[in-house]
Design a protein around this ligand. Sequence first.
Ligand code: HEM
Ligand code: HEM
Length: 187
Amino acid sequence: MKDTLNKLSTPTIALHWLVGLAIIFMMPVAIYMAENEVYWLYPIHKSIGVVLFVFIIVRVVWRLKNGWLQPVSEYQKWEQLLAKIVHWVLIIGTVLFPLSGMIMSGAGGHGIYLFGLELMAMNPDPANPQAVIALNKTAAGIGHEAHEITAWVMFVAIILHVAGALKHHIMDKDQTLNRMKGNDVST
Ligand code: HEM
Ligand code: HEM
């Protein structure tokens, strides 16, 4: 079960689309949630993020163990370099999203929960049961900042990445996208 030039392995394809599409759907919902303080969405957002973190770690290990994909054909140097940089940004961004989120919530005293299962307890304020006390305000602030910066960087990287995939498919009419769809492109 390894990626070859003509056929990508099932883990590569499954993990690419699971993580990629989940993030594409999560980002606008999360921005709406944070902008409008839709509090009932927070635990759902965090729980999905924690579940995704597991798949993201598996994906990173898989990619580093198996090496990066070979391009289906030779391209301009700048194009290959840009694709490489964007792939690295995307894969690092997928790790930073849940990691910074967990630091923000954990250090912020809100705790980390997986659909009701307590992974890290919250730290309620004894004087006000509605509020929590941060365990480490600096770490929580850094986590929050990192979560927001990751969102901006990923927004740009995903646009470049999808534009690149469409350019290969529509303009170059090559097999890049078909291969990521799971097709054997040897013929
Ligand atoms: C509709 C959206 C998307 C399309 C059409 C798409 C398409 C592709 C294609 C065709 C490749 C293969 C590139 C090659 O052969 O060199 C690829 C690779 C990759 N994509 Fe996407 N992608 C999408 C969304 C995403 C998202 C949202 C992420 C990250 C959050 C992502 C991360 C990656 C990474 C890291 C690779 C490198 C190979 C790997 O590690 O699996 N993609 N994508
Ligand atoms: C792949 C996983 C994740 C993605 C794609 C994601 C994405 C986002 C985005 C785009 C925002 C809105 C922009 C911002 O305020 O930063 C956001 C907000 C937020 N995320 Fe995540 N997130 C993920 C995982 C997590 C996890 C695991 C946690 C905590 C356990 C978390 C906690 C939060 C919180 C508390 C906010 C609201 C911040 C505020 O009110 O300003 N996120 N997330």
